[in-house]
Design a protein around this ligand. Structure first.
Ligand SMILES: CC(C)(COP(=O)(O)OP(=O)(O)OC[C@H]1O[C@@H](n2cnc3c(N)ncnc32)[C@H](O)[C@@H]1OP(=O)(O)O)[C@@H](O)C(=O)NCCC(=O)NCCS
Length: 182
């Protein structure tokens, strides 16, 4: 599988991508809303090997030089529903690159992979993330209150977090004009 857009191509990960992964996942700000700590270089090496074996992580690469500038997660759930996730290198933020890759991936998933419904979730404070979902024409479907925790406090109690849920159906994606930059 290789998806190409104006500025990007999307492919499966390779073990040699670890340095590019390290560049973005070692950044505290990038992992702020993710369920893990900033990566060490060893963890990035292991992650690249693992991502290369898993069929739900995809590397987003710049066409001009092949650099991996981010990743898409696309995982099958029940009922022909797939979950979309994304993490990008902040050096390339604000250029619409996450949007460009996710839009192409959604189109591929609905037209080629048999996806019926695609969902995405994020912390309500992660504005860049839910704005991207809205740019993709996804619908805000709910706010789950204190449904999840990634960390515990000093006394070991869970720090509960809220989750915003977004979704879009194949009929909506294929029956409407493709979302454009807003
Ligand atoms: C979530 C994340 C991928 C969003 O990245 P992003 O660069 O803001 O997303 P986009 O690609 O949609 O870019 C949007 C910006 O590019 C601008 N832009 C420029 N050219 C554009 C184009 N051709 N098309 C679309 N947008 C364009 C938009 O106006 C917007 O600008 P703004 O930030 O000033 O509003 C990024 O913040 C990230 O990796 N965060 C850390 C990891 C994370 O939290 N992941 C989500 C977990 S739920």
């Amino acid at each position: 599988m290789k998806i190409t857009t104006d500025r990007l191509f999307i492919r499966r990960f390779r073990p040699e991508d670890w340095q590019d992964i390290y560049e973005y996942l070692s950044d505290e700000e990038v992992v702020r809303y993710l369920p893990y700590e900033a990566y060490t270089s060893d963890r990035a090496r292991e992650a690249a090997i693992k991502r290369a074996e898993q069929d739900f992580f995809y590397a987003v690469c710049l066409k001009e030089n092949g650099k991996v500038i981010g990743e898409l997660l696309f995982k099958k759930m029940e009922f022909d529903t797939w979950e979309l996730g994304y993490v990008f290198n902040p050096r390339y933020k604000g250029k619409g690159l996450a949007f460009e890759s996710a839009k192409a991936f959604l189109d591929h998933a609905f037209r080629e992979l048999g996806a019926r419904r695609i969902v995405a979730m994020c912390n309500p404070n992660n504005e860049r993330s839910w704005k991207l979902m809205e740019r993709l024409s996804m619908r805000r479907e709910g706010l789950l209150v204190k449904n999840i925790y990634f960390k515990t406090d000093e006394s070991g109690e869970p720090i509960w977090l809220d989750t915003l849920e977004y979704g879009i159906l194949k009929d909506e994606w294929c029956g409407n004009p493709q979302p454009e930059k807003q």
